[in-house]
Design a protein around this ligand. Structure first.
Ligand code: 13P
Length: 248
């Protein structure tokens, strides 16, 4: 039985004071009995958020990393650095990074492999644009992004990753995928993993949905058989986030 996982992606939001106050509020209100909970916060807040949440079951994650361990990459943060801070999760290949920072499928794969090597859990994002969906290419795009992302992973590696299906057209738009649309693609992802890495890997890998998740739609989305939780943007920095986590 896969445990649900709800990950908040704060993106580039909240200054230090706001992050401190919000994390303290979440510490009081979020119940982690039924789902694993992760806050993926800006790099500069990782240490503070982690220390506020010490002693709770809420985990902290980063939103990106470089695939090299160290070196002359001004402004970058490595997986090794995250691991040395005992940050267990890292988002890889978010569509905003693919679009605005031109991250390629090859880089996404390198980052995911490095994250695994460092003992981090990569939350690997894939998903089609509106144009791709409208032209009937959703499945082929998702298949291709997935195949690149998990290239060279073993079946055991697959059980340590999280895949987030985030249709680009649903991100930050308020236009959530229907539960059927989200389920269909999450099921496809699981089928592809079964074909490439076997039944056990497919049974164990957690597949999240992301894109305009809110307290209002969390229950119907997360109750679908192949959706193991969510990657939540805007609703993860609101005081009502606990309603997304405790969606039932
Ligand atoms: P929203 O929940 O704001 O649509 O963002 C989704 C997302 O990009 C999470 O990574």
């Amino acid at each position: 039985m896969r445990k649900k996982l709800i990950a908040g992606n704060w993106k580039m939001n909240l200054n230090a004071k706001m992050a401190e106050q919000f994390t303290k509020l979440m510490k009081e209100t979020v119940n982690t009995d039924t789902a694993d909970v992760v806050f993926c916060v800006p790099f500069v807040h990782l240490g503070m958020v982690k220390s506020i949440l010490a002693g709770t079951n809420i985990k902290v994650g980063a939103q990106n990393m470089h695939y090299a361990s160290n070196g002359a990459y001004t402004g970058e943060i490595s997986g090794q650095m995250l691991a040395s801070m005992e940050i267990p999760y890292v988002i890889i290949g978010h569509s905003e990074r693919r679009e605005y920072f031109k991250e390629s499928d090859t880089e996404v794969n390198l980052k995911a492999l490095t994250a695994l090597k460092e003992g981090l859990t990569p939350i690997i994002c894939i998903g089609e644009t509106s144009k791709q969906r409208k032209s009937g290419r959703t499945f082929s795009v998702v298949r291709k992004q997935l195949a690149f992302a998990i290239d060279e992973m073993t079946a055991e590696d697959i059980t340590k990753i999280i895949v987030a299906y985030e249709p680009v057209w649903a991100i930050g738009t308020g236009e959530t995928a229907t539960k059927e649309q989200a389920e269909e693609v999450c099921a496809l992802i699981r089928d592809e993993i079964k074909a490439s890495h076997g039944q056990t890997a497919a049974d164990n890998v957690r597949i999240l949905y992301g894109g305009s998740v809110s307290p209002e739609n969390a229950n119907e989305l997360f109750s679908m058989p192949n959706i193991d939780g969510g990657l939540v943007g805007g609703a993860s920095i609101k005081s009502t986030f606990e309603k997304v986590v405790n969606f039932e």
